[in-house]
Design a protein around this ligand. Structure first.
Ligand code: PA5
Length: 471
């Protein structure tokens, strides 16, 4: 039976408005009113595109059959394997990392087998030889499940890491057994990885067509690692559906995704806030800031508008963590350039409570009877107050607690927020031509066939190159 939920996330945006931080820095009611009809128009366009099979990321929370299949696969794999290596980069790994960081024990890899749900979790995203070698030295390859994830099936970092891990696995357990320990998440039909999977008999799961890598967190890409780590993936999808239902209105003040998009883009275009800081007050939510950072940057950082003009759009996303960054970044946020909108994330009830013991020193009396979560929450309130005093716009997203439903809400809301922000910037949030240029240059430098001209161009030495070398 399909589980249903109600959205529980609350946004308090007063401190991002002119009422709290002044007309120069805050968005006014008139500015929100002024974009309402455009938001309604774009809402209709997004819905029409969805009806004609574009914006297919919106359908991912409905794929219960896939979630059932993954949950059944994960239940078996959890019994069978001690270690799990995810090989993928960008949209092919950040969502899984964010989910597991939010919903699993922070030191789950260190827990003894009986106390840990599922295998230890390792990610190979960067082709960093030191980390890859260390990972292979740490896992027990005979009990390791490898999930190689690539939508295109050809990303150089993923391909290289996979070839290294596959060879190690073959050496450890033999070719036939290695094939049983590899699952590939990739395009259902095309790409090198799909071909290899077919030839070598890997079990496969699909990356849904028509969905960019950074929108795949609620597909097999994000769900397989999460389910292996014991996350309730059905609740994750139910949370996303709850947010989808709530975000079905075109009202910019009532739709949380449109409200956040409007505040961010208006803060940037009308008030010079070219950076967007996401600062949760919970270690577990730091991965969501990182996932969102990629989503916001790759979707909105675009040279051309939808009508082909050079706009160089985008707002630089920054990840921060409360209270740690109060001792690192907040000095800059309160007294440096007033160029940021800061979205704080508040947790009403942490999953654990830790009482602060009786202080042995009079100067620490103020902590007496306190609790760590209470301290963290008060630090957030204090930061919001200090930022507001300094006329730095900020808003607070409050969640009741951290659970799978709330994480699903975040994923869905932030994706819709990004799509509407694209509309407000007049850019296409899908595709990533700038990333593709770098990918092609890497292929050329590594000698891939078909990239010979680009390689020659890249290796051409400028005549004045020596003048700029400091050695
Ligand atoms: O959002 C995106 O499309 C990118 O960040 C990709 O996820 C990333 O480049 C990895 O690509 P692939 O999954 O094709 O290996």
């Amino acid at each position: 039976m399909t589980q249903e939920m109600t959205s529980r996330l609350v946004i308090d945006y007063r401190n991002a408005t002119d009422h709290a931080v002044g007309a120069d820095n805050g968005v006014s009611a008139a500015e929100l009113d002024a974009i309402q009809s455009y938001v309604s128009e774009q809402h209709a366009r997004i819905n029409a595109e969805h009806a004609s099979q574009v914006q297919r990321w919106q359908d991912l929370p409905d794929n219960i059959a896939l979630a059932d299949e993954i949950a059944a696969f994960a239940a078996e794999a959890r019994e069978q394997y001690d270690d799990f290596i995810l090989i993928g980069i960008g949209g092919s790994s950040l969502g899984a990392i964010a989910t597991i960081m939010a919903l699993c024990h922070p030191y789950r890899n260190l827990l003894p087998k009986g106390q840990r749900v599922g295998p230890r979790f390792f990610v190979l995203d960067n082709p960093d030889p030191e980390k890859v070698k260390a990972t292979l030295e740490t896992v027990d390859l005979s009990k390791t499940l490898v999930n190689v994830v690539s939508k295109s099936g050809q990303t150089a970092e993923t391909a290289a890491n996979f070839l290294v891990v596959r060879e190690a696995l073959v050496n450890a357990v033999g070719e036939a057994q290695a094939a049983k320990q590899i699952i590939a998440t990739t395009d259902p039909e095309s790409g090198i990885l799909r071909q290899m999977a077919t030839e070598q008999g890997f079990r496969t799961f699909p990356v849904p067509p028509g969905v960019d890598g950074r929108q795949t967190v609620l597909s097999a890409v994000g769900l397989i690692p999460a389910a292996l780590a014991g996350v309730d993936i059905h609740a994750l999808l139910a949370g996303a559906r709850a947010m989808r239902e709530r975000a079905s209105t075109d009202n910019v003040r009532q739709n949380p995704a449109y409200l956040l998009a409007a505040l961010s883009v208006l803060s940037d275009t009308n008030h010079g806030k070219s950076m967007l800081v996401t600062m949760p007050y919970a270690d577990a939510l730091f991965g969501i800031s990182d996932w969102f950072r990629q989503l916001w940057a790759e979707s909105l950082g675009k040279k051309l508008s939808t009508d082909g003009k050079e706009v160089f759009a985008g707002q630089t996303p920054i990840k921060a963590l409360g209270a740690i960054d109060q001792h690192s970044q907040v000095q800059l946020y309160t007294e440096g350039p007033n160029d940021k909108l800061i979205q704080l994330v508040a947790v009403e009830e942490y999953r654990d409570t830790v009482a602060i013991p009786e202080p042995p020193h009079a100067d620490l009396e103020y902590l007496k009877g306190g609790e760590l979560g209470q301290l963290l929450s008060r630090e957030r309130l204090a930061t919001a107050w200090a930022l507001t005093q300094a006329a730095r716009p900020n808003l607070t997203i409050t969640i009741p607690t951290i659970d799978a439903g709330i994480v699903g809400e975040f994923f869905y809301m932030m994706q819709l927020q990004t799509v509407m922000a694209g509309a407000l910037y007049h850019v296409n949030p899908f595709g990533q031509p700038g990333v593709e240029a770098g990918k092609n240059a890497t292929y050329a430098l590594m000698g891939r066939g078909g990239y010979e001209d680009l390689k020659a161009e890249l290796l051409e030495t400028p005549t004045d190159a020596d003048a700029y070398i400091c050695s």
